[in-house]
Design a protein around this ligand. Structure first.
Ligand SMILES: [Zn+2]
Length: 61
């Protein structure tokens, strides 16, 4: 089963709403994955504006 990612913040979502932005706009069509363990120390997280640790899709359609 393919996982769903939030269209807005690209974090992977398990339930019915995004834990980060509370929307329910999900994408099943995504590419790439990145896991942010410590967003305050991650240059990637800061570069793309992530503020919550977790697993993200790199690109969502
Ligand atoms: Zn979101």
């Amino acid at each position: 089963m393919k996982r769903k990612a939030c269209k807005k913040c690209k974090i992977f979502v398990e339930g019915d709403e995004c834990a980060q932005c509370k929307t329910s706009q999900f994408a099943l069509n995504w590419k790439g994955r990145i896991t942010i363990l410590d967003h305050e120390k991650s240059e990637i997280a800061q570069a793309i504006g992530l503020s919550v640790d977790g697993e993200y899709a790199i690109k969502v359609n």
